[in-house]
Write a protein that binds this ligand. Structure first.
Ligand SMILES: Nc1nc2c(c(=O)[nH]1)N[C@H]1C(S)=C(S)[C@@H](COP(=O)(O)O)O[C@H]1N2
Ligand SMILES: [Mo]
Length: 414
């Protein structure tokens, strides 16, 4: 296959010479699409319609399956009980810093550039057809926001945090199909001494507190980039939907969701370490328990388990209840899940319904026959094969990342 190589330019700026062309249908242009799908209340999609609850998300967000949080949509974790091991695409959470750009694969190109390519100052551009011509691989991987469970720092530990107050539904599992990022980088001519790459999205620049941070981008060490990362163009057997990165996104297994850059437009390859606000101001651990300037940029996600049950669910006394949940760890395959209905005094093993595998989650079930009526707290606790186990308390950080503590799940026995 043939990639377009732009000859080196003296004084080339440290940015891609030509941003990939894109087709943006926004505001007025997007409104007919949304109304045609009949998914928003009439009148809610027009310009300036204050009623539109998730400006910038294209797919329908039925309230029985989603909670809208600003520009994002959280899946209702309890409703995962009627899904299998794979999260259906129309039930997958959406985390957008700005809004979903509606891009056309026919116009799309990916530019790979930087001093980490052979022959510095070259830049290589591939189009959608060329990406699809590379050998295709399919991986099952969770994407989980680093802030998933963030609100529990406050509700469960009484600690303040900033950021989207997710409960537990900023996670989903999908089959992703695409080209290996290593094949893309080798095609572009990555040098042996490149240390970091930095993928960047084609969505609008992120402006916060009056500061324009530029387009979403975050460095990724070359060792991870060449390992198991893919440039995905299909999700669950269909072309990537607009909200999940159409026409192409990175899928970075086991890493914090922000690494999986959507609407991929360019990748810088560098012989020196790279940084961006998403590796300096955000996605580090700040606070009393961490080094003064914050931790190193976070990479891997953590481990969690949770009941597929609404918080505060009513359960009839004197009857056995079949309770289900999910457990996952980005650190190692799940080994076991224990449950407790007496505040952690005694624990029993839950039944695992899936064979644990690296990178996925495991459904589990347990039976509980409550006797006394009143409020109760259900606990679940996952242990992985590396010996990691959910602690009673998560170590606080000001931005509420990597919540990993045992979830205290309130129910009411009636
Ligand atoms: N270009 C771009 N990529 C992005 C984001 C974004 O806003 N813009 N959000 C990131 C974050 S924080 C997460 S958690 C995941 C969410 O992926 P999803 O919306 O497909 O669930 O996408 C990541 N990739
Ligand atoms: Mo995220």
């Amino acid at each position: 296959m043939r990639a377009i190589v732009c000859p080196s330019v003296p004084d080339a700026p440290r940015s891609p010479p030509v941003p990939a062309r894109r087709t943006l249908l926004k505001a007025l242009a997007a409104a007919p699409v949304l109304s045609a799908l009949g998914t928003h209340p009439a009148g809610a999609t027009g310009p300036g319609a204050a009623a539109d609850p998730a400006p910038g998300i294209v797919k329908p967000l039925p309230p029985e399956h989603f909670v809208v949080r600003g520009t994002n949509a959280e899946a209702r974790f309890e409703t995962f009980r009627d899904t299998g091991r794979i999260t259906p695409t129309d039930r997958f959470f959406v985390r957008n810093h700005t809004s979903t750009p509606v891009l056309d694969a026919a116009d799309w190109t990916l530019t790979i550039w930087g001093d980490g390519l052979h022959g510095r100052h070259t830049s290589v551009r591939i189009d959608y057809g060329q990406l699809r011509d590379l050998p295709a691989v399919t991986r099952t991987a969770l994407i989980e926001c680093a802030g998933n469970g963030r609100s529990l720092y406050t509700t469960q530990q009484g600690e303040p945090v900033t950021g989207t107050p997710w409960t537990l539904g900023a996670v989903g599992a999908a089959h992703w199909r695409g080209a290996r990022l290593s094949d893309v980088l080798r095609l572009a001519g990555i040098a042996a001494d490149a240390v970091d790459i930095q993928p960047r999205g084609l969505d609008d620049p992120f402006v916060t507190g009056g500061t324009d941070l530029g387009r979403v981008r975050r460095p990724l060490p070359v060792a991870k980039a060449l390992d198991d990362v893919i440039v995905a163009y299909e999700m669950n057997g269909e072309p990537l939907p607009y909200d999940h990165g159409h026409p192409a996104r990175l899928v970075v297994p086991n890493w914090v969701g922000v690494a999986s850059v959507k609407w991929l437009g360019d990748i810088e390859v560098s012989r020196r370490p790279l940084s961006s606000p998403w590796s300096t101001d955000y996605y580090r651990l700040f606070g009393a328990a961490h080094p003064p300037g914050g931790s190193a940029p976070i990479g891997r996600q953590t481990l969690k388990s949770a009941y597929e049950l609404p918080f505060g669910a009513p359960l009839a006394a004197g009857r056995p209840h079949h309770l289900t949940g999910r457990a996952w760890s980005a650190l190692a395959p799940v080994r076991s899940v224990e449950v407790s209905a007496d505040g952690g005094a005694t624990w029993q093993h839950a039944r695992l319904l899936d064979r644990p595998r690296a990178g996925g989650w495991v459904r589990w079930s347990t039976s509980w026959r409550p006797t006394a009526t009143g409020p109760r707290t259900l606990l679940s606790r996952v242990t992985d094969t590396a010996g990691n186990v959910q602690p009673e308390r998560a170590v606080h950080n000001t931005q509420g990342y990597l919540f990993n503590a045992v979830v205290r799940h309130p129910v009411t026995v009636e």
